[in-house]
Design a protein around this ligand. Sequence first.
Ligand code: SF4
Length: 456
Amino acid sequence: MKQVNQVKNASAFVKDSAHRSSHDKHLWDARMRRDKTAAAIPEWEEMRELASAIKKHTLSNLDTYLERFEENATRNGIHVHWARDAEEHNRIVYDIFQQHGVKTITKGKSMLHEECGLREYLAERGIDLAEADLGERIQQLDGQRPSHIVMPAIHKLREDVAELFAEKLGSDPHNDDPHYLNKVMRNDMRKRFVKADAGMSGVNFLLAETGGFVVCTNEGNADISANVPPLYVASAGIEKMIPGPEQLPLFIRLLSRSALGFAITQYTSHYHGPAEGQELHLVLVDNGRTDRLASETWEVLKCIRCSACFNTCPVFRRSGGLSYEATYAGPIGIVLEPSYDLHRYAQLPYACTHCGSCGNVCPVKIPIPDYVFHWRKEVVEQKEDLLSHRYEMLAGSKALASEKLVEAGEKFTLAALKHTPHALMASRFNPWAKAHEMPAAPEKTFRQWYREQQKS
Ligand code: SF4
């Protein structure tokens, strides 16, 4: 399969200043709210430390916790299934639907479903599936994957949504008022909720001690899908496990504050068995997680999918999530996707400026910046890097190994800075100058200045 070229994919978005600035602004606002709400909790850093330790402990004893969970969940009346990979997950879900004659489904947002390609799988088999989350539904109607794990359509402007709804749902293309657009979506979805044969959702936390699970949403879409139809099927990656209810509040406190800077998600729903007259199935999915657990980058499994690393990342904010052509974009995506397919995602670890901000905001302290280096090393060792990179590195290592060459380079750069006309420096031939003023050239290089100081 062809390698994903994130730089090329992002170029149209980068040039489109309306979309890029709106994207950048909304995500940065979320990051700022996150900082404010985190700063209001004096023990915030201790909370991150503790959450990381709990996740590490649970992952290190995952086999025990999974068995305990299954035993308790089964006792609660939940049908528990195990899926080795995406294909098995989809087959299990489809079999359940076939047994119940399911034709229509409403579904809460789930990155695991994206990972498994469930929507496409069910569509090919004639099942009518409607995403119930507003952003995810927008993306479904537009035939796109989510561009952000918490705000799936954040790369779009209101006008884009108005146009899309007009085309797909027959609404007014000139009315981009968010209340109006919400009403259009609600009117369409209500009919679907009422007649859905089954509902689906993902899972945020599995509780080993009680055999229950927790789903967090801001729109309540998962709750309707879980409670209205007679059949409810939830899917969870096995890494979603925590020991029990005692640890849950810590993660709930961290999740929404890290995601959007709000104290809590609007809906934090607990499922400890089927509702009256309902059947409840839960599919526990591996899909490469146990291999990841045995790898050097095993801490990626601590991720609670809060999106704080997306919101802070300067590359993600300016290039948009679709440019990664992957289920998981942003900082966690560039260290996660290569573990699914190193060849296809070999260029993603280079979508990073090494600012380290993702590591600073991650509520479970995943060492993302270290993992970026791990994957770059892996990419080079497995010869999956670009030929141009290889030559650049070769030339760079030769030049930097020679003091004379470095000194000559410094002098040349200084002369270029001093003598190139400003009009040329600020022209379209220098993309950097679009958003920056070139600094005034110093009189001498640092090396020349340092030598002089030593002599005096
Ligand atoms: S890596 Fe950390 S910051 Fe990024 S989504 Fe996961 S938990 Fe959130």
